[in-house]
Design a protein. Sequence first.
Length: 357
Amino acid sequence: MQAPARQTPETFPASAGQRSFREVCQAAIRVFNMMDKYHTAPYPNAYAVLFAYTTGSDEELVAEINSLLLLKDQLSPYDIDSLFQEYLVDDATTFTTQGIGQAIGNEIGAVLEIIEKGLKQNDAFTTSLDTFAEKVPEATSEEGLSAVVAALLDENRRMAELTRDLNQGLAKSQALIGTLNQQLEEVQAQAQRDPVSGAFNRRAFDVRLEETVSRAAKTNEGFCVVLAELENFKGLSDAYGPAAGDAVLGIFASLVAGYLGEGDMVARYSGDQFALILPGRDLMAAYNLLVKIKHAFKLSAHSVPGSDQPLNGLTASYGLARCEPGMTAGAVMAQADAFMQDARKSGRNLVKARGIG
């Protein structure tokens, strides 16, 4: 049986010196074309690796990616993170959004140059018209007047062509700026997301938690925090492989998100742990919500890689804490963790909170 054909890797220069604004724009666009071609999610590490690759910033990185693309038709999250850690971890801020931001800034500069050129041409055209106006009274013969009119028509035709060219340049720059802005928004949004589960990441959670704690202190209103840990997650990954574990993380995050309302948040906290912020619920309302989530997670069946049969009976331990005004983010998370540990020790698929469970 013939092996499936592999895609030919992209070829870009192995060294990158001073790049013009067009080259930066083209590199940013190539990154997103590669993400689409090789099925790579546009999260920051992926953008960093592929921007470095498309600009040829590191010969060894280029060579390693080319080798990977000769063997398979996609770059997995594992590939991206391995490359990022090996080549770019010290330059994360340089490659994550700098390329797109620089491209947008340079393209805006190009627009300003086009506008400036147009203004200069308008001034020149006005001067030409004034000159022609001065010559009209001096054209005493029919031939002289015809010459002035012919020159005026030529100047008008030249100005019309230049205006058309300038308008086309502005339209192209406007379209490119729109594309780059959209790409930048995507990268910035993905910077807050965990690439495996699709939930918010730990950094985004910590920022939101501090904001919610600060708001609670000002409004004198508390809120609830949850720490949940998937049960037997290591055993599942060992039995079916890491891809199955990743699938379960995504399944849990998606299921929880479906039960949350506006202002709520679910984030992958670490490993097989997830954290929730529930600002609009008291302790009992939050507890009832978690009971619904735990039952739904256990009773639903899920298809995962490495298993011929749908997996069901998946469970988690949940720790629920109430953040009262004046408490710190660290204090409420410590309480949620303590209740989660209590739930783990007490049995499977339990919700624990102060005075409940």
